[in-house]
Design a protein around this ligand. Structure first.
Ligand code: TXA
Ligand code: MG
Length: 353
């Protein structure tokens, strides 16, 4: 299959953007696959009411089909038909944070096929903030099921080039709207029961959720390795997501000690002929004298760190890095989501400096 890469957005002008969105919507209506930018990461879109389209998503990503998809909507009126009832707290969260980087899990209606929900009785719904994404959904006239547009197991794509690397030849079209804004996948909150439960941290932070839903609980699977007694409620959380090819280790501790330990470990690895990547910050980048050193931004700007993280992991893959050593970040606000993705990328390998 030939994959068309088409630019959209301000640089291309309104007319060309509209034409591209229209063509993409036609592909979705016909049951095909289109990658498109959202404010979080690039999504791989298909008709969310078409079981066959969901199957094609799983095949293109190489993803297990028990991993449910998020149905993306363009306006509030499109929510009701997908659900079998909305709890007041679900409605409050939707009204406060949509459009935006928040996915809400509801009991599903009959309209939503099990092919989209991975066999679950619930459905995950999100109204993206990125305007072109909502226009695409509205033009398609159906909820657009869209996982992140990466091959299963690779970091989520934050540019159209990342999508191209993973899915060229496997999908009909990629809409290139430049780098995304946030760079981490949406926050997921299950509002299908009495108590809202955070299933995946994101840019709508736990602190922000608590302002609207005081009793929000945190799925224990977020904290650590999914094991025998901890079964994540978001099935996707059980896979080794966000994984670079290299073995990644997070180094915790007082900054000067962290830098010293990473330099020492990197030197040992390099002496043995391995290629090493170091993930650090603007504050420390001058202090590393070993490995391929990449700053993800300043410690005072969590947004920049979130924005750069997946691109750096992909770059290390491209450079054939064998071992990655990374500094850690405080787990407050957006830092919670950043550390969640980093821990998963590291397979929960953490050491103390
Ligand atoms: O930011 C995002 O959410 C991006 C963009 C494209 O919108 N999408 C995304 O999709 O990250 P994906 O498929 O990579 O991750 C969706 C997560 C998975 O972990 C999946 O298990 C969970 O959402 N999920 C989907 N439906 C669910 C449901 N009914 N109950 C619990 N978890 C669900
Ligand atoms: Mg994903």
């Amino acid at each position: 299959m030939e994959t068309r890469l088409v630019r959209i957005g301000e640089s291309e002008g309104e007319e060309r953007t509209q034409t591209a969105l229209w063509e993409a919507a036609e592909i979705v209506k016909r049951g095909g696959l289109v990658a498109f930018p959202t404010e979080t990461v690039y999504g791989l879109g298909a008709n969310g009411l078409d079981e066959g389209a969901a199957k094609r998503i799983y095949a293109a990503k190489g993803r297990p089909s028990d991993n449910p998809l998020i149905a993306h909507i363009s306006c509030m009126e499109e929510l009701e038909p997908l659900t079998a009832g909305i709890m007041p707290v679900g409605r409050r969260l939707a009204e406060r944070f949509w459009p935006g980087p928040l996915t809400l899990v509801f009991m599903k209606s009959k309209r939503v096929p099990y092919g989209t929900t991975g066999g679950l009785e619930t459905v995950a719904v999100r109204m993206p903030e990125r305007e072109e994404a909502r226009r695409l959904i509205a033009l398609a006239g159906v909820p657009v099921a869209a996982p992140s547009a990466n091959l299963s197991g690779r970091p989520s794509p934050t540019t159209a080039q990342h999508v191209w690397q993973d899915l060229n030849g496997r999908i009909e079209m990629i809409l290139d709207g430049g780098p995304v804004g946030i760079g981490l996948e949406s926050t997921i909150v299950d509002v299908s029961g009495q108590t809202p439960v955070l299933l995946r941290p994101g840019a709508v932070t736990l602190e922000m959720l608590q302002e609207v839903a005081a009793g929000v609980e945190v799925d224990p699977a977020i904290q650590g390795i999914p094991g025998e007694n901890i079964r994540p409620k978001a099935p996707g959380m059980k896979y080794r997501h966000y994984a670079p090819r290299a073995e990644m280790t997070l180094v915790e501790g007082e900054m000067a000690a962290v830098v010293r330990l990473i330099n020492r470990l990197a030197e040992e690895r390099e002496r043995n002929g391995s290629r090493v990547g170091v993930i650090c910050t603007e504050e420390t980048k001058g202090q590393y004298d070993r490995g391929i050193v990449r700053s993800v931004g300043s410690r005072s700007q969590e947004e920049t760190i979130a924005h750069n993280l997946f691109a750096v992991l992909r770059e290390f893959d491209d450079l054939g890095v064998d071992y990655i050593y990374s500094e850690e970040f405080p787990q407050k606000r957006l830092g919670y989501a950043i550390m969640n993705r980093m821990k998963k990328a590291a397979g929960y390998r953490e050491i103390q400096a």
